[in-house]
Design a protein around this ligand. Sequence first.
Ligand code: MG
Length: 390
Amino acid sequence: MKIKAIRATVYEWQGRTVPPQQNFCTNPMNALPDRGDAMASFRFHSWLVCEVETDNGLIGLGNCALAPQVAKTIIERHLAPLVIGQDPWDTEYVWQRMYRQTMAWGRKGIGMAAISAVDLAIWDILGKAVGKPVFKLLGGRTKAKIPCYASKLYSQPLDALAAEAQRYVDAGFQAVKMRFGWGPADGPAGMRRNLDLVRTVREVIGPDRDLMCEAYMGWTLDYARRMLPKLADYEPRWLEEPVIPDDIGGYAELRALGSVPISGGEHEFTLYGFKHLLDAGAIDVIQYDTNRVGGITAAQKINALAEAYGIPVIPHAGQMHNYHVTMANLNCPLSEYFPVHDVEIGNELFYYLFDGEPEPSDGSIDLADDVPGLGINLSQRHAASFRVVS
Ligand code: MG
């Protein structure tokens, strides 16, 4: 079996969008005096689909987001010539060809997201070639079902926040994640408002469910240091991305305080990126996304490393590529799940673009043992709401 062709297509959402309110989530732009458009750090309204076709007629589907039009150019101009003609079973060799040939400018960010999309498509092909779901090629079933945490609870008026949290409790979720609305520029009043959000959610979910708290790189080290003792009263399962991902020393310092577990890695890449985080003692929980970190080929190496460090891996964003690695690794105890209602920040587009994504039941999802590959197909349900970007 040889790879015959690669196609990269960007789908831009043209349908109804319901943007969240101002201050719905802190973000890296909060450090600047002119914060600009609050949505700018979150507007992921287009998605890349990578189709890899083999000479025996199989088509694998990969994907990535972030800056999909840049990824499309990288795949078409730089990666396709390295991959066409190769045997898709040579996953490690093909990955190393892509990684090493793009070393000067790839490595992290959108270069690695593009490699991830190709790698995911190749793993989808392998599952389809043998008639097995991808997780069966990675270690198989390690759990009866995958518990999920409901991840949204944007900063909003407290009564609406409480009502949303109650919906997740009623749906059977044993864990939820909320977002902070205020950062260093908002002073003590913002701190108090952040704590009001945490207290509101904790009061709804009670003491026996996990509460995760997300800062999305929107705080400074100084601000996080001051917030941690106040947060500790509410026993969060973790504080997520309190500072920018390059401040590894900052993560390590916060973790060393020992009051609240620290999570990160949503914006980190490859085995080496996570080796640096783990060697520095920087995080309690790893949260890579398989469609950014280097695909399944890279994710499996990180999983092995994290297991040896005793650090759980709970991938970002749910989505099938992450569910397969979660199912196949004992060290992945939980999945994130974005409840899909409206298209808001754009992470929801995965559900509109693909068929096959499992919906949680009583707070857990399951993967079929008899659906080959990643188990997703391009959906026609919302095709009219997407524009193909050339
Ligand atoms: Mg996050």
